[in-house]
Design a binder for this molecule. Structure first.
Ligand code: F6R
Length: 233
């Protein structure tokens, strides 16, 4: 079931997500699935500032670029270090290994996910309804896999790199089946540019053309949105 909750902005979404994560951790959640991007930044800030004990909590991230060292400022390892891991002690934190070959990176991440089933998954959503790097057309049965980034993602990233050869063309991502295995899912989306994707997620047909629409099949999804993101509901 997808439950929609309205918030004023990303700040309030972060606060609400924090309260939900805190409640889950106090009730025994031991594995958090995390996302990068702008939507969960406030949540990570609040987790970092709080006295909530995460020393027995493991995190597993959705995705990582292929070919970037974890020290590269555009890598998702770097993002997570900046926003959370350097400020808060967790028991362990995993992201896909963007420097490993496909077979190794995929099998290792599937092993990690099997050993650490996700209690609470944090998600953002792309304008086209992507979750993780699962773009429209990705199979609902997908598990951890290598994806070719869309040209628009490559173009958008180009400004962060000295030359276009360095811009990642591929990434590793959890698949849609992995995401659906999380016990609880909290998705954060604010802004008018998310409205179409939110409509597809909450009310649209369940179709691989809108990857997030598969969340309608999950029994515990909370979608935190502002008025603008909910304007087509
Ligand atoms: C990030 C990820 C992406 C983002 C999505 C929304 O790890 O997998 O699916 O969640 O692109 O990004 P923001 O929050 O920047 O709008």
């Amino acid at each position: 079931m997808v439950k929609v909750e309205y918030v004023a902005d990303l700040n309030e979404a972060g606060q609400r997500a924090f309260d939900l994560v805190k409640e889950s951790v106090l009730n025994g959640a031991r594995v958090l699935g995390l996302a990068t991007g702008s939507s969960p930044i406030r949540l990570y800030e609040l987790l970092a500032q709080s006295d909530l004990d995460l020393s027995q909590v493991i995190s597993v991230n959705l995705d990582e670029y292929i070919g970037l060292e974890s020290s590269h400022p555009q890598s998702y390892h770097y993002f997570m270090n900046e926003h959370l891991f350097s400020k808060k002690t967790l028991k362990a934190s995993f992201l896909p290994d963007g420097m490993a070959n496909e077979e190794k990176a995929v099998s290792e991440y599937e092993r990690i996910l099997k050993e650490n089933p996700i209690d609470v998954q944090i998600l953002g959503i792309g304008r086209n309804g992507h979750i993780g790097f699962n773009e429209p057309g990705t199979s609902f049965n997908s598990r951890t896999h290598k994806v070719a980034l869309t040209q628009s993602t490559i173009d958008a990233n180009t400004r962060f790199f000295e030359n276009s050869d360095q811009v990642p063309k591929f990434a590793y991502t959890m698949g849609l089946e992995n995401i659906l295995e999380a016990k609880k899912i909290i998705l954060i989306a604010c802004g008018e540019n998310k409205a179409k994707a939110i409509h597809g997620l909450v009310k649209g047909d369940i179709t691989e053309l809108v990857p997030a629409s598969i969340l309608q099949k999950h029994n515990d999804v909370i979608v935190l949105i502002d008025e603008a993101a909910g304007s087509l509901l």
